[in-house]
Design a protein around this ligand. Sequence first.
Ligand code: HEC
Length: 113
Amino acid sequence: MNKFLISVLSLSIFASCALDAAVYKGQNEFVKKCVKCHKAGQAFVATKKKKEWNSIMKNKGEKLIEMHLQSKEADAEPSREYFESKDFSKTSKHLKDFLLEYASDSGNVPACN
Ligand code: HEC
């Protein structure tokens, strides 16, 4: 599957739910910025518990930034500019809401209930 299809697919999975505004913003950001590298999308969010996402996203995503900036993987390199930008610091709060909303122990799945 090509990248375009994958992002359309993940968009439509996520878009089927009416969400809280902050969660929705975070979800948009996730689809736009993270899914291109973390293709599993929703499944990727569910690899961590609320507590883990909380600590990763604390202080405007300090740990998340660090993980990507310090990674020795060449694949992480294109994300550096984004993680160092104002864009990221502005939306990190929404992103956190979204990640916590769908953490593995949140009991929420994107197919709405
Ligand atoms: C340009 C590609 C790229 C982008 C964009 C990117 N990441 Fe990553 N990310 C990586 C790579 C590569 C690693 C692995 C780093 C390592 O292990 O050294 C990683 C690691 C991680 C990890 C830790 C690994 C784990 O499974 O525990 C998390 C969490 C994560 N990314 C979340 C995100 C989120 C959330 C976003 C969007 C805000 C994002 N990433 C954007 C490439 C990317």
